[in-house]
Design a binder for this molecule. Sequence first.
Ligand code: PEP
Ligand code: MN
Length: 338
Amino acid sequence: MIIVMQQNAQPKQVEDVVRRVEGLGYKVHLSRGEARTIIGIIGADEHLLQPTAFEAMDGVEKTMRVMQPFKVASRDFSQENTVIDVGGVKIGGPQIVVMAGPCSVESREMLLETAHAVKEAGATILRGGAFKPRSSPYSFQGLGEEGLRYLAEAREQTGLPVITEVMTPEDIEIVGDYADILQVGARNTQNYVLLRALGKQNKPVFLKRGMSSTIQELLMSAEYILSGGNMHVMVCERGIRTFEPLTRFTFDVNAIPVIKEMSHLPIVADPAHGTGKWSLVAPVAMAAVAAGADAIMVEVHPDPTVAWSDGAQSLTPARFAEMMKALAPVAQAVGRTL
Ligand code: PEP
Ligand code: MN
């Protein structure tokens, strides 16, 4: 249930409602919008609450049952889009944020070279995997903490905030010591133990859609993090499994406007994993921006032919720069900047 406060509600009136809700044993999520304050009530047996009792309280305009199974993630909870500030880079605002870098951090030299190249071409966040969730146990699993150190050094040199994947609850602390955004990969979208642990810390979380997750399941996964108290969650469309074999996955462009309608969370598009082929990355990135994506994540490698992972879908620095040029007018056409 959510309680919508009157436009001119006094702080004391908000406080009284919050105290009443908490006194009944429920958790409260406050959303202070420009127009009004919304109080979200979170609890397993929230249906037992009597809406009319709250409507009798001073400063309350109305109460509403949230129809969707996810609550804090829903549009009902916040009409205003969530904007996540990562070291001055705002994800969910008018500017399209571009996250770029190698699939895996392979060495200090290749990471620094890539970081400078993507920064030069206009990327605003550096990506790079240090803990890699590979489909085969025999594939390269990432450099681990050594990779995290190179990411931190690249941030120091370029000023770009860093995003990298965290695979287990035990790794959250160490990854959080180095990274600005914690990425949850498609293979972990429904790892609820990991999601709950991420809800208990405050670093922004980048949550990928599982390759077989529905949009509702993705938003339910986001709810696990949000309901723990961490409001800095962005979700990512990265392609789903379909019967089409010509691309690695099928990028679900529908997911972008669907999520915009259903949720206030920023949405990122990953056309690299979504297609599996570098030549398809720029056109699908353009489609995603046109459809309303707030950010793009792509893979860039100095020489994709020798990449240790995902070379086929990685852009060279030159091709990345070309993609940035092609994206700018699309962003402008939909009222955004790049
Ligand atoms: C990645 O970003 O390199 C990655 C492993 O992505 P996903 O989890 O979408 O497969
Ligand atoms: Mn990859």
